[in-house]
Design a protein around this ligand. Structure first.
Ligand code: AMP
Length: 398
């Protein structure tokens, strides 16, 4: 079975075609600057092609992707009908979509009505699904996999805000979380690496990248997560502020006479480690600057570590115990210093850290010693494969 995974953004469309017999990636690539002018990159094995091309809309982008997937030189399949299903990444499924599902016209319209919750991300996903149906026909199932699904098991104590209750009931204002596909994938891998059933384990998964979130997984189910109503909440991130006193918002808005859109843009794009350091949102740049004595870059790194530790501690308290912590995503997978600082500072919780094993980047590894009361792991995330696996499960009717 071959499954095409699509991650559509407002001006971009990334894709990977999986062979589900061995989970290998047959081809992948991306369309960028859609609606602006257009750029395309396609990689299949050792063959790669890049071009500037007119991409006025997502339909043209999908047409181009399918053209190259079936191309005589760069292609990996003969016909579009060789694709058994398409899996689409969707940021927010609200409460209406607690699980991945095969889309039909009614469900697409429902998803379209949820744009209020993810104004930047959901509309391009709907556009991507419609474009696929238009270009590929109705016979190839289109599946949506939601970043919020894994978090739907959170109890109300973790998901409801202390606002008047009708704000939750009538307006759906609650914690949704994000990165759910990643947290679900690495939590399952962690159980596999421990040789245990997920139902026996209390795990904290740390997805630390440009966007970061931490999730408490008790018995294989999400019971709390750091992102909230939107992905702005929780940890400080590359450019996002994370949790701050909500009273700071009206204070800044009045002081600088700025609008709702301007404050939203500011909190999403100008804060986090970028705003703190004044150097960069990229952790590699921060480490280089800190090594040269830049105090603000060092503060940004220290604050990040501090907040990760606080989440691990608070989620252990929430779950009443802790068996394992997982580090994943760009920073979690590639930053041994950060992992060592966090795990050694938390030694009192039962981490017996293995500095030698921790010298790993982008590969799965256990980074605590055998017999450590709490285990720590590096597990590369693979959101695309997780989407393909959910898609396969649904189309096979399992
Ligand atoms: P992501 O959003 O998961 O792609 O993660 C992006 C972040 O990962 C950036 O802040 C990078 O600094 C960090 N990152 C990616 N690769 C490396 C690496 N090889 N070493 C250190 N940090 C890395």
């Amino acid at each position: 079975m071959k499954i095409l995974v699509i991650n559509a953004g407002s001006s971009s469309l990334k894709y990977q075609l999986f062979d589900m017999t061995d989970h290998s990636v047959l081809a992948k690539g991306q369309c960028e600057r859609i609606t602006v002018d257009g750029a395309f990159k396609h990689v299949a094995g050792d063959k790669e092609i890049k071009m500037e091309v007119d991409l006025p809309n997502h339909k043209k982008a999908i047409e181009l992707v399918l053209k190259y997937l079936t191309d005589a030189e760069y292609g990996v399949i003969e016909n579009i009908s060789d694709i058994s299903a398409v899996g689409h990444r969707v940021v927010n499924g609200g409460e209406i979509f607690p699980e991945s599902c095969i889309m039909n016209e009614e469900k697409i319209q429902t998803l379209d009505s949820l744009t209020e919750f993810a104004p930047l991300h959901n509309p391009p996903a709907v556009t991507g699904i419609r474009a696929c149906i238009e270009v590929m026909g109705e016979s190839i199932p289109q599946v949506c996999v939601f970043d919020t699904s894994f978090h739907q098991t959170m109890p109300k104590v973790a998901s409801v805000y202390a606002l008047p209750y009708e704000f939750y009931e009538k307006h759906g204002i609650r914690r949704f979380g994000a990165h759910g596909t990643s947290h679900k994938y690495v939590a399952a891998k962690c159980a596999e690496m421990m040789g245990k059933d997920p139902s026996e384990l209390k795990i904290v998964t740390c997805h630390l990248g440009n966007g970061s979130s931490i999730t408490a997984v008790d018995g294989g189910k999400c019971v709390d997560t750091s992102m909230g109503f939107t992905p702005l909440a929780g940890l400080l991130m590359g450019t996002r502020c994370g949790d701050i006193d909500p009273a700071i918002l009206p204070f800044i808005m009045k002081k600088f006479n700025i609008s709702v859109d301007e404050i939203s843009d500011f909190l999403n794009k100008k804060c986090g480690v970028l705003g703190l350091s004044g150097v960069s949102s990229d952790f590699r740049d921060l480490e280089a600057a800190a090594a040269e004595g830049n105090d603000r870059a060092q503060l940004a790194l220290d604050m990040f570590n501090y907040q990760v530790k606080k989440y691990i501690g608070s989620y252990a308290a929430a779950m009443g115990g802790l068996d394992a912590v997982v580090f994943t995503a760009g920073v979690g997978e590639n930053n041994p210093i950060l992992r060592e600082e966090i795990c050694t500072d938390l030694a009192y919780m039962g981490f017996d850290f293995d500095s030698e094993a921790n010298k790993v980047r982008g590969k799965a590894a256990k980074i605590t010693k055998d017999g450590s009361r709490v285990a720590a792991f590096v597990i590369p995330t693979n959101e695309e494969l997780a989407i393909a696996l959910d898609t396969q499960m649904l189309v096979e009717g399992k």
